[in-house]
Write a protein that binds this ligand. Structure first.
Ligand code: LMR
Length: 327
C-alpha cells in the first residue's frame, strides 16, 4: 500500500514536470485567419514549435474569440494572455499617444516610406515606450492602407457629410472623420458587420483584407479605394513573462518572430490585392477608384488633422516621422 502510494506520488510529479516542460503562449487577435496578421500569427506558432523543439506551444486565438479590442491589452498586462498584435491605434488609449501618429490621414505615401519608420530607430523608440506599461514590443507587422465604404458613393469630401463612420478608438481618427463632416463612431472590430447591416453606422474604413474577411462588402454598396491611412500592428508580449523565459528559449522565439515578421510583411500587399479580387468578384459592392484630383481633394480636406493633433501625438514624434520618410 505504502509503495503504491509512493509510486502514485511519483507519477503525479512526473506528469507535473512533463506539463511544466512545455511553455504555452496564448496569442490573441481580432482578425480572421485569412489575413496578413492571421497568417503571420500561424507562421510564428509553427516556427516557435519547430525552433524550440516543442518546448513552446503557441496557441493562436483569432477572430476576437478570446478578447475584443479594448480588453486585449488589459488581458496581456495581467498575464491572462502572453502575446498580442494590436493595431497601432490601440496604444493611444493605453496612454502612449505617439502611436496615434500612424492614424494620421495620408501620413505615408507608400509601404517603403512606412518601413523607414517602423523598421528604423523611430519604430524601436516607440516600442521602448511600452516598457513602463509592462509590455515588451517585439516587431511591427503590416496590414496595409485603408479605404472607405458606405452605401452611397464616396468621391468628394462632401460625400462624407453627415454620415456615421465606424472607427477604432482613436482621437486622431475621430478628427479625421470630422474633418470631412462625418460623424465618428468608435466600435469594436467584431461588432462592425452587424452595425453596418442594421444601419447603426453608415460606413467604415479598413484595409481590403479586413473588409473582405469581415464580409463588409456584403453590407456596403460602395468601396472607394482612397488608401488614405495605414493599419499595422505591434506584436507585444507580457514583459514579465518574456523576461522570465530561459535565455535560449527566448532567443529561439525571437528568431521565430523575425522570420514571421519577414513572412507576414512580404505577403501583406498580396493578401490585400487578393482580397480586392474577392470583393470585385462578389459583385456585391461597387469598387470606385478615385482620380488623382479626387484623392488630392480628400487629402487637402484632411490635412488640418495633422495640425490639430500635433500636440496630442507629440510635435517631436511628427517631425521625426516627416523627416524619417525623406531619408
Ligand atoms: C480594426 O479594429 O479595424 C482593426 O484594428 C482590426 C485589426 O486588428 O486589423
Amino acid at each position: 500500500m505504502k509503495v503504491s502510494k509512493l509510486l502514485l506520488g511519483l507519477l503525479v510529479s512526473c506528469a507535473a514536470l512533463g506539463a511544466s516542460a512545455q511553455t504555452i503562449i496564448k496569442f490573441s487577435h481580432v482578425v480572421a485567419l485569412d489575413t496578413p496578421k492571421g497568417k503571420a500569427a500561424e507562421f510564428f506558432a509553427k516556427k516557435a514549435a519547430e525552433l524550440t523543439k516543442g518546448k513552446v506551444k503557441v496557441e493562436v486565438y483569432a477572430n476576437s474569440s478570446l478578447y475584443k479590442d479594448k480588453e486585449e491589452i488589459e488581458a496581456l498586462q495581467i498575464g491572462a494572455v502572453q502575446m498580442l498584435a494590436p493595431s497601432l491605434s490601440k496604444f493611444g488609449p493605453l496612454g502612449v499617444r505617439e502611436f496615434e501618429a500612424f492614424d494620421l490621414p495620408f501620413i505615408f505615401d507608400s509601404t517603403a516610406e512606412l518601413h523607414k519608420i517602423t523598421q528604423g530607430p523611430v519604430g524601436a523608440g516607440l516600442l521602448a515606450k511600452l516598457e513602463p506599461k509592462g509590455i515588451r514590443g517585439l516587431a511591427f507587422w503590416d496590414n496595409g492602407f485603408k479605404s472607405f465604404t458606405a452605401n452611397s458613393p464616396l468621391k468628394t469630401p462632401a460625400d462624407f457629410k453627415g454620415k456615421k463612420f465606424r472607427i477604432q478608438s482613436s482621437k486622431v481618427l475621430e478628427e479625421q472623420i470630422r474633418s470631412v463632416g462625418g460623424i465618428p463612431q468608435v466600435m469594436a472590430f467584431s461588432e462592425v458587420y452587424q452595425a453596418l447591416q442594421t444601419g447603426v453606422v453608415d460606413g467604415t474604413e479598413n484595409t481590403i483584407s479586413n473588409i473582405y474577411t469581415q464580409k463588409t462588402h456584403e453590407v456596403q454598396k460602395y468601396l472607394s479605394l482612397t488608401n488614405h491611412g495605414y493599419i499595422g500592428y505591434a506584436v507585444i508580449v507580457n514583459k514579465k513573462f518574456w523576461d522570465g523565459l530561459p535565455a535560449d528559449i527566448r532567443g529561439q522565439l525571437e528568431q521565430a518572430m523575425n522570420e514571421a515578421t519577414v513572412y507576414g510583411n512580404n505577403i501583406a500587399q498580396e493578401e490585400n490585392d487578393q482580397a480586392l479580387v474577392g470583393v470585385r468578384k462578389s459583385g456585391k459592392t461597387l469598387v470606385y477608384e478615385p482620380s488623382k484630383e479626387e484623392r488630392l481633394a480628400l487629402k487637402t480636406a484632411m490635412a488640418p488633422v495633422h495640425v490639430k493633433m500635433a500636440d496630442r501625438v507629440g510635435k517631436d514624434m511628427l517631425q521625426s516621422i516627416y523627416k524619417g520618410v525623406l531619408e
